[in-house]
Design a protein around this ligand. Structure first.
Ligand SMILES: [Zn+2]
Length: 215
């Protein structure tokens, strides 16, 4: 099982890292590089601190634009340069990627491979691509109201190909993904470094779990 955190909020280091340390757990942090060093977000020293604590650092684009609308001009900005920056900070390879909002299409696979990403993670609402399972790995968003046993129940359901359970017991697609979709921002693409970042909607800060992933 993999535990992951997206989007580079500073609280993932100040609050999350001590909680992981206390439990001798490790996690993967998917970082969007546009916010590095800004107030409330991770710094480069935070990345080194996470790395020194045994955490994995991975890429989450430059500015969190959806990856399913990219053109050729976007790949260097969103795939190559973030990996290069993270590798420069960490002095080690960065080989893993997460799609903002979990959104992808098949045109992304070749540029991701060219950029050096061995894996790419989506969310749980779309099936893995049978030809590219390692670039469509699924994660579920962990609801903060779940207990430990709730989490195990949801993981088991996902593993069996069943839908997840909402708080009221109804069978649903990943409820947190539904929230993201309701707040989905317009599908538009970046045009270089003058573009304002499309940050995740409020409440999107969450841990993710990918169950039984063999990489
Ligand atoms: Zn994100």
């Amino acid at each position: 099982m993999l535990l992951s955190f997206d989007d580079s909020q500073g609280s993932q280091v100040s609050e999350g890292l001590p909680q992981l340390d206390r439990r001798s757990m490790t996690a993967t942090f998917f970082v969007m590089t546009v916010v590095l060093g800004k107030t409330g977000w991770m710094s480069r020293d935070d990345l080194r601190r996470l790395d020194a604590a045994g955490m994995s650092i991975a890429a989450h684009t430059w500015d969190h634009h959806r990856a399913d609308g990219y053109t050729a001009a976007d790949y260097p900005v969103q795939f190559d340069q973030p990996r290069q920056l993270l590798e420069h900070v960490l002095r080690k390879p960065v080989r893993h990627f997460a799609y903002p909002y979990g959104a992808w299409n098949t045109a992304e696979f070749a540029p991701l491979r060219t950029a050096g990403y061995a894996t790419a993670f989506q969310l749980s609402d779309t099936a893995m691509d049978p030809q590219e399972p390692l670039h469509t790995l699924r994660r579920i968003l962990v609801n903060s109201t779940w207990s430990g046993s709730d989490l195990l129940t949801q993981l088991k359901r996902q593993d069996e190909g069943r839908r997840l359970l909402a708080d009221d017991g109804r069978e649903v697609d990943d409820p947190a993904v539904a929230l993201l979709h309701r707040d989905r921002l317009p599908r538009r693409c970046c045009r270089g470094r003058g573009t304002r970042p499309l940050l995740p909607p409020a409440g999107a800060e969450a841990a993710h779990v990918a169950a039984r992933v063999a990489v």
